[in-house]
Design a protein around this ligand. Structure first.
Ligand code: ZN
Ligand code: ZN
Length: 436
C-alpha cells in the first residue's frame, strides 16, 4: 500500500510539474508574441513619429502657450478616431481609450519648451528664436501620441481604460497641478510618465523605486540697510556685509542641520548690490534655489532659511524681506516612485527590451511636476535612454546643444503602451469587485 501511495504521489507531482512547465512555456511564448507584435507595430510607425516630433521641435512653445502643439495632437487624435476632452489647464488634452470602465490607468506627457536659443545646426532646428525643446518634451508628447495610436489598434483587447494626459507647462509652472485641479486624472488608479535620459544608451530603460527627483523651490531676498559714504561706515548700515554673513550662514543649514544621508541643496545663484566704489548701498538682493529629496525636508529647509536670513540681517542692524515666488514658480514636491509600479515597470521593460537593457536610474536633484500626480495616486516615472555618441545625443537637458536620438520614439511609444495595457491585464476587476 505504502509503495502504491508513493508511486501515486510521484505521478501526481510529475504531472503537476509537467503542467506547470507547459503553462510557463505557454506564458513564455505568449510574452514573446506580445513583445514581437508590439515592437514591430511601434517600428512601423517610426516615420510617422519622427515627422510629428520634428514638427513640434521646429515650433517650440513655452508653458501654457502650447496652442499649436495642442492643436497638432488633437488633429491626430481626430484622425485616429480617439475621443478626448479639451481644454485642461489652457492647452492640455485628456484622451481616453478602452472599455470606459475600471480599472483606469493614466499615461502622461509634457508639451512645453524652454526659453533657450538652440545652438544645434540641423535641418529641423527650432524656427523660433529664443525658444527650444531642450528637455525632450517634444519626444515625450510624440511617444504618447504613438502610444495612443498603438493602444487604439489594440483597444478591443484592453481590460479597462487608458487616459492619456498631454499637459502644459512642466517647466517651473506646475502645469500638472492645474491638470489635476481641472479633473484630468478622473478615476485613474495609477499613472506612468517618462523622461528621456542622455546618460543611458538608446534602447535602455532606467528605473528606480522610491525617491528619484527632488522637491524644489526658489526664493528671492532683500537685505535693507542705510546707504552712505564709503568713508563713513559708522553712519551707514551696510547691507553688503550683512548679506555676506547671511549667505555664509545659509550654507550651514545643509552642512550642519541636515542628516548627511538625506540629500539637500541650497544654492545662492545671484547677488546684486551697489554700483559705485565709494557708496555704501541701501540694499542688496540675492536669490537661489532649494532642493530636497523629500517634500517634508524642503519645507523644513525653507523655514530655517527664512529664520537665518532674518536673524543674520538683524545681527547687522538690517531688515530682511523674503519672497518664495510661489505665484510664478510653485513648489514642486519630490518625485517618489511607487514600489509596486516599479516592479511592474521592471517586468514590462525586461519583457520588451531584455533584462540586460534595464538599468538602475540615478537620483538627481532636479525637479519634475509629475510629483503632483504622485501626491494623488501611485505614480511611476521611467527614464528612456537617448545616448548616442555618433549622433551627438550626449548633452544634458536644458543645454542649447541638447540633441535627441529619434530612435527613442518607437521605443517610448511601445513602453507607454505596454505599461498601460499590461497594468490593466494585471488589475482587471472581476464582476465581484464591481459589485462590492
Ligand atoms: Zn526640463
Ligand atoms: Zn523635462
Amino acid at each position: 500500500m505504502v509503495g502504491i501511495a508513493t508511486d501515486m504521489s510521484i505521478l501526481v507531482l510529475f504531472s503537476l510539474f509537467v503542467s506547470l512547465a507547459c503553462l510557463s512555456a505557454t506564458h513564455g511564448r505568449l510574452d514573446r508574441v506580445y513583445k514581437d507584435e508590439l515592437l514591430s507595430s511601434a517600428q512601423q510607425e517610426k516615420e510617422w513619429l519622427v515627422s510629428i516630433r520634428r514638427q513640434i521641435h521646429e515650433n517650440p512653445e513655452l508653458g501654457f502657450q502650447e496652442h499649436n502643439t495642442s492643436a497638432l495632437i488633437r488633429q491626430h487624435l481626430d484622425q485616429l478616431g480617439i475621443p478626448y476632452s479639451y481644454p485642461f489647464a489652457k492647452t492640455g488634452i485628456v484622451a481616453q481609450i478602452g472599455s470606459g470602465s475600471k480599472p483606469i490607468v493614466a499615461l502622461r506627457a509634457d508639451m512645453d519648451a524652454l526659453p533657450l536659443q538652440e545652438l544645434v545646426e540641423w535641418e529641423h532646428r527650432s524656427k523660433i528664436d529664443g525658444k527650444m525643446h531642450g528637455c525632450g518634451h517634444d519626444a515625450h508628447t510624440t511617444m504618447l501620441l504613438g502610444a495612443a495610436k498603438l493602444l487604439n489598434q489594440r483597444k478591443d483587447k484592453l481590460k479597462g481604460t487608458v487616459r492619456l494626459l498631454f499637459q502644459p507647462a512642466e517647466e517651473a509652472r506646475a502645469g500638472a497641478s492645474h491638470m489635476i485641479k481641472e479633473g484630468a486624472l478622473g478615476d485613474s488608479e495609477a499613472i506612468f510618465g517618462m523622461h528621456v535620459d542622455f546618460t543611458i544608451l538608446t534602447g535602455s530603460i532606467g528605473l528606480l523605486s522610491g525617491p528619484l527627483l527632488a522637491a524644489t523651490s526658489i526664493f528671492e531676498a532683500k537685505i535693507e540697510g542705510v546707504g552712505g559714504h564709503a568713508a563713513g561706515p559708522h553712519s551707514a548700515v551696510d547691507p553688503i556685509l550683512a548679506a555676506s554673513f547671511v549667505i555664509l550662514a545659509l550654507q550651514q543649514l545643509t552642512s550642519r542641520e541636515t542628516d548627511p544621508l538625506h540629500s539637500q541643496v541650497l544654492s545662492i545663484t545671484y547677488i546684486r548690490g551697489g554700483s559705485a566704489f565709494n557708496v555704501i548701498p541701501s540694499y542688496v538682493e540675492f536669490g537661489g534655489s532649494l532642493r530636497s529629496l523629500t517634500t517634508e525636508g524642503l519645507y523644513k529647509l525653507q523655514q530655517r532659511m527664512k529664520e537665518v536670513i532674518k536673524g543674520q540681517a538683524a545681527v547687522h542692524r538690517c531688515n530682511a524681506f523674503i519672497d518664495m515666488k510661489e505665484e510664478e514658480h510653485p513648489i514642486y514636491p519630490a518625485v517618489i516612485n511607487d514600489d509596486g509600479l516599479h516592479q511592474h515597470a521592471e517586468k514590462v521593460s525586461s519583457l520588451l527590451f531584455g533584462p540586460e537593457n534595464v538599468k538602475k536610474s540615478k537620483k538627481v536633484m532636479a525637479g519634475e511636476d509629475f510629483a503632483f500626480y504622485q501626491e494623488k495616486i501611485p505614480g511611476y516615472m521611467s527614464h528612456v535612454g537617448i545616448r548616442n555618441e555618433k549622433l551627438g545625443s550626449i548633452h544634458v537637458p536644458h543645454s542649447p546643444c541638447f540633441f535627441l536620438d529619434e530612435d527613442v520614439l518607437p521605443i517610448g511609444a511601445a513602453l507607454n503602451t505596454a505599461l498601460a495595457e499590461l497594468y490593466l491585464n494585471e488589475h482587471e476587476h472581476s464582476v465581484l469587485d464591481e459589485a462590492f
